[in-house]
Design a protein around this ligand. Sequence first.
Ligand SMILES: Cc1cc2nc3c(=O)[nH]c(=O)nc-3n(C[C@H](O)[C@H](O)[C@H](O)COP(=O)(O)OP(=O)(O)OC[C@H]3O[C@@H](n4cnc5c(N)ncnc54)[C@H](O)[C@@H]3O)c2cc1C
Length: 436
Amino acid sequence: MKSDRSVPVVIVGAGFSGTMVAAHLARRGIRSLLIEPRDVAGQGTAFSTADPAHLLNVPAGKMSPWPDAPDDFADIAGEGDAFAPRRDYGGYLRAILDDAVSDGATVVRDRALSASKADGGWTVELESGERIGADALVIAIGNQPPDAPAYAATAGERLIGNPWDEQGRAAIADAAANDLDVMIIGTGLTMVDIVLSLDSAGHGGRILALSRRGLAPRSHAASDLAPVELDDVPAGDALALLRWLRDRSGAVGWRAAVDSLRPHTKVLWQGLGVEQQRLFLRHARPWWDVHRHRIAPQVAQQVADRVAAGTLEIAGGRILGMDPIGDGIDVRFRRRGDEAVERRHFGYVFNCTGPLHDIGRTRDPLLRQMLDDGLVRPDQLGIGLAVGDRSQALGADRLWALGALTKGRYWEIIAVPDIRGQAADVAADIATELAQ
Ligand SMILES: Cc1cc2nc3c(=O)[nH]c(=O)nc-3n(C[C@H](O)[C@H](O)[C@H](O)COP(=O)(O)OP(=O)(O)OC[C@H]3O[C@@H](n4cnc5c(N)ncnc54)[C@H](O)[C@@H]3O)c2cc1C
C-alpha cells in the first residue's frame, strides 16, 4: 500500500498513553504522528471531562506523568495529597502534548481504520482515506467500550450508551431539570461520575445503580504504609494470596494491605499462571477493583450523603428487560438473592458497565482488522493483546501496545502511576529499535 506521507513513529490514540510516548520520543528527538478522533487530543477518556465535580481518584502527588520527576503535577496542583479536578489534569496533559508538538510531534484528527506491514515498518490507513507510512507503530487506544446489552435493541433512545457524548449530556441535563428517576447500570467509577454530574446539575430525582454484585469504589483515607517483601507474599496461588490479603487486612487495615502489594503486582500476577489468573478474574476481580481503585474522600462523602438521603441506591441484581414507555423506560430486574421480579419506570437508563473484557469482541476498526488479519493476537486470557516484556506485540516487528491493552501481561496497567513507566520504556525501546 503506497503511503501519502511517512514518519518514524505512528501512535494511534492520543490519551494519556499515546501523549506520553510522543512526549518521550520528542525529548529523544524522534518525530511521531498521533492519530486521535476526539476534538481535543491529549486527554483521552478520563481527562476530557469538562465537569469540575469529576476529581482525580489518585492524589496529585502520585499523578506525575514523568517517572523521573515525581512531583511535576503536584507542584502545579499545589498540594500533593489533594484530589484535583480531572479537567485540570487534562489541561496539564494538553500542555505536555503542545510541547511535544513544538519538538516534532504531529497530531492528526482522524481515526485509524487498518494497518499493514510495509517495507520493514507499517502503513496505517485513516478514516479520511489518508495512508501514513511509519517505521514503528504504537497502539494506545485504551479500554474498549462494552458490548451493547441484549435488551438494548428494544430499549429505545432513553437507554444512554455513552453518557459523555452530546446525547448523554443532554440526558443528564433533562433528568436534572425534571427530577426524573434514573437507573445506572454498573456501580464503578463511571457510575460515580454520573451521580456527581446529576448532583451538580441539581437533580432531585432518585437514582438506582445496579451491578451484579452491587460493589462500588471505596474511599481513599489516610492509612499508614505497611510495606511487605515479595518473599512474604504467597506466590502462584490466587486463593492463598486472597487469604493472605484478608489476614493482613485484619492486622494493618485493608487499605495498607492492598497498597502494600502494589510494588509486587506485576511479579505476583505473572507468577500466578493462566489458570490461577482466570480464577482471580472470576472470583476476586470486582472486590479487587473497588478496593484498589478508590475515589477521593469528598466524592465518597457526596455519594454517601445521597445514599443516606434515600436518593441513591446501590444494589446488586440483574436486568431482565427494558421497554420504552411514554417519556421513559420500564426496567424489569431481579435483586441479588431474590427471585422476585421488580418493574420500575425511569426517565433514563445509563449504561456504565465498564470496559469490554473479551478483546476478541472489540468493535474498534483498527484492532478488529489487526486481530482478524493475525497481525496481533489476544493474550493468554483474551482480555488484551499478547505482548512481550517490553510491551512489543508478540509475533509482530516494530509494533507496541500500551495501557489497558496490555493488562493480560501486567494486570495493573490502567492508571497513570503504572502507565507512565510503560510509556517511557516503550519510547526508549523504539529509540533502540530505530537506531538499528
Ligand atoms: C472515569 C475514569 C476516571 C479515571 N480517573 C483516573 C485518575 O484519577 N487517575 C488515574 O491515574 N487514572 C484514572 N483513570 C484511568 C485512565 O483511564 C488512565 O489513567 C489513562 O488515562 C488511560 O489512558 P489511555 O491513553 O491508555 O486510554 P484512553 O484515555 O482511553 O485514550 C485512548 C484514546 O485512543 C483513541 N482511539 C481509540 N480508537 C482509535 C482509533 N481507531 N484511531 C485513533 N484513535 C483511537 C480514543 O479516542 C482515546 O482518546 C480513570 C478512568 C476512568 C474511566
